[in-house]
Design a protein around this ligand. Structure first.
Ligand code: HEM
Length: 376
């Protein structure tokens, strides 16, 4: 139960029930690297990720007294805790350095500037990404650290993000966790037990990626957004307003139109005052598929805290938003709505943004397969 299969039609870490801990890293390819270097990198990374997911050390010499061990060692005695390691390719990989321009999926481009963006470019973007998730934070960090180490000479780490608690349920078997604002998060998320919804909204179909981009069929787009919460302001807001911001009750997570957590929201219901029960600027109303032509995404986000903001003395904490989708347009559609109208905007700032194309899974029973082989 503690081991998630590494191989399959899709990469693990997308439709895996969200683990509790995250280590995420974005990398840039070092100038002067070749396509052969990329192939070597992805071959090595695949073998190491597969071993680590099975609870084994990074392959190589781990007991020679006269050389540094292949594995850094901090996960030796730990269970993998459902470790998944997921790779993504950024738009920069297709800029001509590796002769891959003709293989670029049309939609893999830096996300446009969206309403309310306050992005820091140094913690945005990247040529490659690794998402490591586990129930154990040290196991997740170990995976990212060892891949960064194996990549030395070909990639440099551009930015990293740790997440200390999942803020999404992605499986009907999971209880809904709470985000740092104290609200249940993930109630109406896509659930991996619904393959029709996963095919409609998460997995890239062959017809989505014609021609040179066909290598991406069976994959998914990953959008990451580091969203700082202005917690000191939020914590001074009265409960009724907090509930109006999301359109849900804080304790039970029920829609303000009534019922319990899983009662479908009634966006038409009005109060005795004549006002809508779920306010027009409520996060849940603006993000709901009913109000976005059916647009849905698989949210797989984590809470973070990165110390104190030196300019204000306030906590630099929030939600590291990760979502998987069939087309980045799903995110830009929702965020265009939210960025302009969401009552939540008073309490959040988007500080980083990235888009990666996650290739399909490594084929079972094919020893020579590696992440992105159909691309390279
Ligand atoms: C729903 C929190 C950012 C998309 C929710 C819910 C909460 C929440 C509490 C209601 C429970 C649920 O169904 O999961 C937050 C917080 C955010 C944030 C604290 C930032 C710090 C975003 C962003 C997007 C997004 C950036 C996408 C652009 C959605 C969607 C739903 C949702 C699609 C489900 C709506 C529905 O079907 O009812 N969010 N969210 N959220 N959120 Fe967010």
């Amino acid at each position: 139960p503690q081991v998630v299969a590494f191989r399959g039609a899709h990469q693990a870490g997308v439709d895996t029930a969200a683990q509790d801990r995250l280590a995420f890293a974005a990398f840039d390819v070092v100038p002067g690297s070749s396509r052969a270097d990329l192939v070597a990198l992805l071959t090595t990374w695949t073998a190491a990720a597969e071993a680590m997911a099975a609870g084994q050390p990074v392959p190589g010499n781990n007991d020679d007294q006269n050389s540094p061990p292949a594995d850094t060692g901090e996960a030796f005695d730990l269970a993998p805790g459902n470790l998944t390691v997921t790779v993504g390719f950024g738009p920069g990989l297709f800029d001509g350095r590796f002769g891959l321009a003709g293989r670029k999926p049309a939609e893999l481009a830096v996300l446009p500037t969206l309403p309310g963006d306050t992005l820091d470019p140094t913690i945005s973007g990247g040529d490659l990404a690794i998402q490591a998730c586990s129930e154990d934070p040290q196991v997740a960090f170990h995976a990212v650290r060892n891949l960064a180490r194996l990549g030395r000479g070909t990639v440099v780490t551009r930015w990293t993000q740790l997440g200390f608690g999942r803020t999404s349920s992605t499986s009907t078997a999971q209880a809904t966790p709470r985000n740092l604002m104290g609200f249940k998060d993930g109630t109406r998320n896509l659930k991996v037990e619904d393959p029709a919804a996963m095919n409609r909204s998460v997995w890239i179909a062959p017809g989505d990626v014609p021609g040179g981009a066909s290598w991406l069929a069976g994959g998914s787009f990953l959008v990451s957004r580091r969203i700082r919460m202005i917690l000191e302001t939020w914590d001074r807001d009265v409960l009724s307003d907090q509930e109006n911001v999301f359109g849900r009750s804080k304790s039970a997570g029920a829609p303000l139109s009534g019922g319990d957590e899983f009662t479908p929201p009634d966006f038409t219901k009005t109060l005795a005052t004549g006002l809508p029960a779920i306010p027009l600027d409520a996060h849940m109303r603006l993000a709901a598929p009913e109000n976005n032509n059916g647009t849905a995404i698989l949210r797989r986000s984590y809470s973070f805290t990165d110390g104190v903001d030196p300019t204000t003395g306030m906590l630099d904490a929030g939600l590291f938003f990760i979502a998987f989708m069939r087309s980045p347009t799903q995110f830009t559609t929702l965020q265009t709505q939210l960025g302009s109208h969401d009552a939540l905007n008073e309490y959040i700032r988007h500080t980083s943004s990235a888009l990666f194309a996650c290739p399909p899974g490594v084929a079972p029973g094919n020893a020579g397969d590696y992440w992105g082989r159909a691309l390279l």
